[in-house]
Design a protein around this ligand. Structure first.
Ligand code: F6P
Length: 319
């Protein structure tokens, strides 16, 4: 393989730039040309594709967002869109691509694989919901952003003796809620992977209050529902003064943590190696601190799971 492409797609995540840099530098190290495909699959379809040099990825390792821009592209879900994309790849002489993104991006990579085009998926999303890896690029940074917010909210929650319901992202996954709830000392964590009973949530709050605990933090994963609905139910069932914070897209920004930069560098470089070894249709990940790769179609058939022992622990520590 003498020329490869790289794109970022779906919701951006901190560390995507570090992954792009790793792909470009690793390819050039092996005397392979790299083309950047801008705006994800939308740029693939429209041919917004440019050659990247060593210097093109200078000064980006520490920046959030993605230098290649990103997009959600419904057109690439159609056969016609996929064919247009493959035509562009042929036109530019690109023989394989690295796709950096989350679930939707992997679905696009799966389609390219099914059409016989070599591609490797690199997990980039704050949601940590991609099969075949323990961690996705951006998850760690998002956790630290959320923890920073929880710590600040705790200061005011304590001062005003209020209950705060904080909604975090994660799409259908509860990883961000679980990890930040546990590390932020939340009284209650609501995640889509575990059933909960509002009566239990209320009883737990009342028990704490009776014990003299006048403030509480409740973390709600967006996949469960809205924080304001949870807050209303709490206020109806108790006399506790409650406030809501929806953290939103602040969770997607910021300079990537050291962990995410290292992860992105390792995964981006491995993706290039796989293409050069002639192994398309793969996705890379980290499992037990080893860089691994899996068949992308088989990986996508797996269901994302969460470590429920951590959820149990969070309940035991917040009695
Ligand atoms: O997948 C990342 C993510 O931030 C999810 O946590 C969230 O549900 C979604 O993207 C929001 O998407 P958008 O930025 O398109 O509103």
């Amino acid at each position: 393989m003498k020329r490869i492409g790289v794109l970022t797609s779906g919701g951006d995540s901190p560390g995507m730039n570090a992954a792009v840099r790793a792909v470009v530098r690793k390819a050039i190290y092996h005397n392979v040309e790299v083309y950047g495909i801008y705006h994800g699959y939308a740029g693939l379809i429209s041919g917004h594709i440019e050659k990247l040099e060593l210097g093109s990825v200078g000064d980006i390792i520490h920046r959030g967002g993605t230098k290649l821009y990103t997009a959600r592209c419904p057109e690439f879900k159609t056969l016609e869109g996929q064919m247009k994309g493959i035509e562009q790849l042929k036109k530019f002489g690109i023989e394989g691509i690295v796709v950096i993104g989350g679930d939707g991006s992997y679905q696009g990579a799966k389609k390219l694989t099914e059409h016989g085009f070599p591609c490797v998926g690199v997990p980039g999303t704050i949601d940590n919901d991609i099969p075949g890896t323990d961690f996705t690029i951006g998850f760690d940074t998002a956790l630290n952003t959320v923890i920073d917010a929880i710590d600040k909210i705790r200061d005011t929650a304590t001062s005003h003796e209020r209950t705060y319901v904080i909604e975090v992202m994660g799409r259908h996954a509860g990883d961000i809620a679980l990890w930040t709830g546990l590390s932020g000392g939340a009284e209650t964590i609501l995640i889509p992977e575990a059933n909960y009973d509002m009566e239990d949530v209320v009883a737990r709050l009342k028990r704490g209050h009776e014990r003299g605990k006048k403030h509480s933090i409740i973390i709600v994963a967006e996949g469960v529902g809205s924080a304001s609905d949870v807050s209303k139910q709490i206020e109806e069932a108790t006399n506790l003064e409650t406030r809501v914070t929806v953290l939103g897209h602040v969770q997607r920004g910021g300079s990537p943590s050291a962990f995410d930069r290292v992860l992105a560098s390792r995964l981006g470089a491995r993706a290039v190696e796989l293409l050069l070894e002639g192994k398309g249709g793969r996705c890379v990940g980290i499992q037990s601190n080893q860089i691994v790769d899996h068949d992308i179609i088989e990986a996508l058939a797996q269901k994302h799971t969460i470590d429920l022992s951590m959820y149990q622990l969070s309940q035991e520590l917040s009695i």
